[in-house]
Design a protein around this ligand. Structure first.
Ligand code: SAH
Length: 245
């Protein structure tokens, strides 16, 4: 029986992968990877390494999670070094915990390798710090894609009245609703919002607006994309660097 490395691949730029993740990729007998993983990473694998794509779209899963768990488990019965490569960090809306529990219940050895999460790195590439002294003392990372029915939001909107930075992942298709909710709890209509598409990749694009107009400005951006709500967005004027480099 093999060992499974539940590994974060980082947000896109291949150089934002950890040294440890790169080592296990190079040693892998099989790599099971997602849509958000930069495919260039696979070129680092040794000859004969098997690749299994279990890509997921934002809103629909091409393979249900239960099947992905089973693919990982079956690979562990067959190979020695199994790498489960996931975009960003495995525990930030990555379902890494579910995969770990599935293996635990079947007595398969596993290790987690943290990755640089898009939630922090993508705003950073756009020149937006998630915290900044004198502006905000905390940040929240929230899913914009809720699993329950549309009428029953699991998001505690009333908690979001403060000036915490809010980063929404998987939220582009619900951008209009998110802005409406935030205006509804009392945030000013001109409150700053940024949408960052394909962050840390050569075609990264950032659109800045307000709760009132960001939807019209950003609705057609390609995915993956995330939403940053907060006064830190204004720092982009001084801190933007990636687009200029
Ligand atoms: N585990 C991942 C997040 C998985 S949820 C992580 O830690 O980064 C998938 C969501 O992450 C996408 O819908 C999008 O909102 C965001 N995302 C991932 N990579 C991104 C990128 N390069 N640019 C913008 N958003 C990204």
């Amino acid at each position: 029986m093999g060992k499974v490395y539940l590994t974060g691949a980082g947000p896109g730029d291949i150089e934002l992968m950890t040294v440890k993740a790169l080592r296990v990729v190079r040693e892998a007998d099989v790599i099971i990877y997602d849509r958000l993983v930069n495919p260039d990473i696979l070129a680092e694998a040794k000859d004969g390494c098997e690749f299994v794509y279990v890509g997921k779209e934002d809103s629909h899963h091409t393979l249900p999670q239960e099947e992905i768990n089973e693919v990982i488990y079956q690979s562990a019965l067959k190979y020695e070094n199994i790498v489960r490569l996931k975009g960003g960090d495995p525990f930030v809306f990555g379902r890494g915990g579910e995969e770990g529990i599935y293996l635990y219940e079947r007595d398969i050895k596993f290790e987690f390798i943290p990755g640089i999460t898009s939630a922090i790195a993508v705003p950073e590439y756009a020149g937006i710090p998630v915290t900044h002294r004198g502006i905000t003392v905390s940040f929240r990372v929230v899913t914009g894609h809720e699993s329950s029915g549309k009428d029953h939001s699991q998001i505690p909107w009333d908690n979001y009245k403060s000036d915490d930075t809010i980063i929404f992942l998987m939220g582009l298709h619900r951008l209009k609703m998110i802005c409406k909710k935030l205006i509804g709890i009392g945030k000013p209509k001109d409150y700053p919002v940024a949408v960052i598409s394909r962050g840390t990749r050569p075609d990264e694009k950032t659109v800045v607006g307000t709760l009132e107009d960001i939807y019209e400005k950003a609705k057609d951006l390609p995915t993956p994309a995330l939403i940053v709500v907060g006064k830190v967005v204004n720092l982009r004027k001084q801190l933007s660097w990636f687009e200029k480099s």
